[in-house]
Design a protein around this ligand. Structure first.
Ligand SMILES: [Zn+2]
Length: 251
């Protein structure tokens, strides 16, 4: 009887281990919300998808590009309260600075606060910039309302041991891109890397992580130009950020 119990225990452990391996190898389920003003979102989407593939990261993508090319839109996606259901991570690469309705914004931040992980890229930081409420900015982990001119900015790793920043080159400069000025770093934010303003000499976070409620958030303010989405260091860092945000088991 004892032998039978032991055998059953071993069998149960093996099944659990197999299930764990399967979960770790399962594709990351990604919802990419993109669109709005000022950037080539089709190019950026393809570049991100290729970057994950090139690094051997399996992913299932759902891409939602709604709201046109202006600075103001309330997109149909968020009308469904279960818009984020079933995804490991939602990537926000949209650009709607002048959308301000608090009820609409909280339809987006609510699921994140409840635990939907997020990656926020470039103009997502200026999305809902004109809103009075801080919910979106708290999700981002930083507050930014303007950017400085395009240049090739040196990027210095601050959290060199963080899994996202592993092997980040010491002498790296961004592709020609805008420098977003960060006026506030929220309390749960860990800055991973900074760039210096050519105008003021002040350091601005350019890669970071944040915790928003139960959600893990990775952010970068770079991502304006197609050159950035052609840059292997940027794409590798972004890919790792997506993996990190998607969950512990993927680090
Ligand atoms: Zn831009």
């Amino acid at each position: 009887m004892k032998i039978l119990m032991t055998t059953l225990s071993v069998l149960a452990l093996s099944i659990m281990a197999a299930a764990h391996v399967q979960a770790a190898d399962a594709p990351i389920r990604i919802l990419l919300v993109t669109g709005g003003c000022c950037h080539d979102y089709d190019f950026q989407t393809k570049a991100m998808q290729k970057a994950l593939k090139d690094q051997g990261v399996a992913a299932e993508w759902k891409v939602v590009n709604e709201g046109g090319k202006g600075t103001q839109a309330e997109i149909p996606l968020y009308e469904n309260p279960e818009w984020a259901y079933g995804y490991d991570v939602v990537i926000h690469n949209e650009c709607f600075a002048n959308t301000t309705d608090p009820t609409y914004i909280r339809k987006i931040t609510g699921p994140h606060k409840a635990g939907v992980n997020a990656v926020v890229i470039h103009c997502a930081m200026h999305t809902y910039r004109a809103a009075d409420i801080d919910d979106w900015r708290e999700l981002l982990g930083v507050t930014s309302r303007h950017h400085e001119h395009q240049s090739e900015y040196p990027v210095k790793a601050v959290a060199k041991d963080h899994p996202i920043m592993k092997d980040f080159p010491a002498d790296y400069k961004s592709a020609k891109d805008e420098l977003y000025i960060i006026e506030k770093i929220w309390p749960n934010t860990e800055v991973l890397a900074t760039s210096i303003s050519e105008k003021t000499g002040k350091l601005n976070p350019v890669f970071w992580t944040n915790r928003y409620g139960k959600a893990r958030v990775f952010g970068t303010t770079y991502g304006h130009s197609s050159a950035t989405f052609d840059d292997p260091v940027f794409l590798r860092t972004l890919s790792r950020g997506i993996q990190w945000a998607a969950g512990d088991k993927r680090e």
